[in-house]
Structure formats: structure tokens, C-alpha cells
Design a binder for this molecule. Structure first.
Ligand code: SF4
Length: 232
């Protein structure tokens, strides 16, 4: 179990899946460059948080809910958490129980919805992020969250995601790795590859310069070398 002050941002998991070095540059060195893709992504998230929570029949929509898991050491603000009323006649004995909501009757099933720009990715970063939100909800509400969904702006449609054992294990391992790397405090090295062309930190990272673990360290060494050369 982690203490409140040791919680790390859940959104860091997606950087970790994409590239551990990118995670280090953003979360350890505080380097962030916005490109068209990240700006579009931010816009979609801002829009998701803009509207108030709402209620439509058997559906409750809660925006910007604060999530946290002391077990996995993560915290976040969810885009949207829907609560679906469990219909007694459609409910079998093996179905997971729901939660009671304030000022409502019946039982409700939490269903996280994560907004993304673009299309579904080839890696599992979005599914991991969604699953981590579900793990937080399960810990906070003490009910199972077996499914959630990802909404992609380019496709303008939802994809329902089963939060199965394999995805849960992967998410738990990544949360553990996130804490390990944070404690270590050193930006992991990077290897130049296809994904670097999509990376907003390509210029700062300089992945072709093998051996420079910290971009900031490299720049500092470079500047001090110039200073020494001007002094002599
Ligand atoms: S440029 Fe490549 S190695 Fe560097 S952070 Fe981005 S993806 Fe990782």
C-alpha cells in the first residue's frame, strides 16, 4: 500500500508504454513539447471535462471524477465515469454487484470512458490507462469494473474494452515499474526506432546520441564545454 503523498499520475503509464525514455524526459526532467497531436489530444480532454455531470434515465454521467488507488500508487482525474443502472430482470446470480448512488434508487455499475484523439493505437497504452482507471474505481467503490470504453475522436466512435486478467496483470506490472523508475530517478536510455518519428520529444531526446541518459545533462555538458573553450 502507498501513502497519499506517494501517488503518481496514472496518465504517466501511457508514456511508459510508448517509451520509458519519453516518460523520464517528461516526468523526471520536466521537458514537454506540444505538437499538433498532443494539442489535439488536450483539446479533446478539455472538452470532455467542460460539461457538467448529467443524468439520463438509467444512465448517470460523471465528469472529472478524482480517482486514486493506494494499492497501485496511482491518481487521476477521469474524463468520464458512467454509471449504468443494473436491471434486476437482466441480472444473473453470477453478475457483479453495483453501487448505490446518492439520491437514486437501485444499483449502478461503474463504466469508465476515456477520450482519445486519433485512432486506436497499435500498442496497448490506451487500454492500460483505462484499466488503471477501473482498478482505481474498484478500490474506491469496492465493486468489480469488468468493462470500460475508449472513445476515439478521428473515428468518432466508442470501443468497448474487456478488462481481462491479462490486461490487469500488465497494468499492475506497469504501475510497479512506474514507481521503481521514479524511485531510481534516472532517465532511461533511448534507442532510435520507428516510434521516434511520432514522438513530440524527438529534438530534446536526441536518441541517436547513444550514452546520453539525460537530455538535460547532455545540454549542460555541451554548454560547459563551450564555456571552457571560450575561456581558453
Ligand atoms: S525520440 Fe524515441 S527514444 Fe526518444 S523519447 Fe521519443 S520515442 Fe523515446
Amino acid at each position: 500500500m502507498y501513502d497519499e503523498e506517494d501517488l503518481l499520475p496514472l496518465s504517466a503509464l501511457q508514456h511508459l508504454v510508448f517509451c520509458e525514455r519519453q516518460w523520464g524526459l517528461i516526468h523526471l526532467e520536466g521537458i514537454w513539447t506540444e505538437n499538433r497531436l498532443t494539442a489535439e489530444g488536450r483539446h479533446i480532454h478539455d472538452r470532455a471535462h467542460l460539461r457538467e455531470s448529467e443524468s439520463r434515465g438509467d444512465l448517470r454521467i460523471v465528469r472529472g471524477l478524482r480517482l486514486r488507488s493506494l494499492r497501485f500508487g496511482l491518481s487521476a482525474k477521469a474524463d468520464i465515469v458512467e454509471f449504468h443502472r443494473i436491471k434486476i430482470d437482466e441480472c444473473g446470480p453470477q453478475d457483479p454487484p453495483g453501487v448505490q448512488l446518492h439520491n437514486t434508487s437501485g444499483s449502478w455499475r461503474p463504466y469508465p470512458v476515456e477520450y482519445k484523439r486519433g485512432r486506436p493505437k497499435t500498442d496497448d497504452s490506451d487500454r492500460v490507462q483505462l484499466c488503471a482507471q477501473a482498478l482505481c474505481l474498484e478500490e474506491m467503490l469496492a465493486v468489480p469494473v469488468p468493462i470500460g470504453c475508449l472513445f476515439y475522436g478521428k473515428k468518432h466512435r466508442r470501443y468497448e474494452i474487456a478488462l481481462d486478467e491479462q490486461l490487469r496483470r500488465r497494468t499492475e506490472e506497469l504501475a510497479h515499474r512506474l514507481h521503481q523508475l521514479t524511485e531510481n530517478g534516472v532517465t532511461p536510455p533511448g534507442t532510435y526506432g520507428k516510434k521516434c518519428r511520432r514522438c513530440s520529444l524527438l529534438e530534446q531526446c536526441m536518441p541517436k546520441l547513444a550514452g546520453h541518459r539525460s537530455a538535460r545533462g547532455y545540454i549542460e555538458r555541451f554548454l560547459s564545454q563551450i564555456e571552457q573553450e571560450t575561456e581558453t
